[in-house]
Write a protein that binds this ligand. Sequence first.
Ligand SMILES: C[S@@+](CC[C@H](N)C(=O)[O-])C[C@H]1O[C@@H](n2cnc3c(N)ncnc32)[C@H](O)[C@@H]1O
Length: 357
Amino acid sequence: MTPIRTFEDFRDAVSAYRLPRILITALELNLFTVISGRSWTVPTLARRLRVSRRGLDILCRNLTSIGLLKKQGSSYRNGPLGSGELNAKSPRYRGAYLRLLKNHWVDWSHLTEQVRSGKPLEDDEPDAAAYRREFTWAMHHRSMEVAPKVAAQVDIKGAQTFLDLGGGPGTYALAFLAKNPRLQATVADRAPALEVAREIAATVSQGNRLSYVPVDFVRQTIPGTYDVIWYSNVLHIYSPEENRQVFRRAAAALNPGGRLLIQDAFLQDADGLYPQEANLFAVTMLLFTKRGNTYTVKETTTWLRLAGFVRVRPVQLRAGTGDWDGGILEASLPVRRPRSRARRGQSAKNSSARSRR
Ligand SMILES: C[S@@+](CC[C@H](N)C(=O)[O-])C[C@H]1O[C@@H](n2cnc3c(N)ncnc32)[C@H](O)[C@@H]1O
């Protein structure tokens, strides 16, 4: 985004709400689904949608000018996105994520109150099963295209066991399973999210290599041990203290030499300003979580080292192919676990005993 320097820049930045508002109105009216595979004149479509001709005419002209609708004579039809991802009658429909985006419009309108109170709109990550299922489907609809691109570039060769921690729909676990035919994966999350993961896994052949672990990893130990733990889009939900705790639990659940891969909206500069998308995402966390935020690569690296990880490095993906810009950190445990203080003490005693003999 360009910096705001003049009053005109400011006006243009504020007025940027217009296009998002038009898109959300189109979704609220179910416009793309109703148009589906047909061509419609404005009067017929207005009758079908029960809206004014004048309103629909202006809406359709705007949607056509940005390529979502196509105009032929006096009729409109869907472009490829409108007839696919935005159309409830299409197998490509991303309904759950579209509903989340629509709700965000309303939620973001309360931002001033959230800045005043510092508290989220609702309880952090509500545990109601219906909410959790809908959110989990939304996460699948958000990442189903990007996950295979990420899995294609993140090298986990040699790993036999993979944990998708906070994996929700398991979209990433399934993408890594598809890329790595000998891999066994586990998705750990809350029970209603795991139900969705099972439903999705049942539709693909690699799904039979996926297992499920219900756990609250902020409160409980992570069951099992793994070669790789994938922790994607969870870091930002929690406070620094909670994240440090999760890193300790992840280290305990990794085999020697194991790797924790963290995908998140990392801030890349020391002042925590850029990329802007990561900074904007912190606002989403203010709205929806009690203690969440976005974090710099530097502070996350410090937490990882405190948890016992010895090598921390960014994983570079081809531009435009990741979930976030520069958004993956890889942290490795030593191949041999450092001896604990107690054992070191014991072996020091043994060696001094030996030297006395
Ligand atoms: C934003 S979603 C990310 C889903 C997936 N990892 C992805 O990248 O698309 C966060 C997930 O973490 C799960 N989660 C958050 N905190 C958790 C906890 N303490 N225990 C178990 N699961 C948790 C949520 O239920 C949700 O499925």
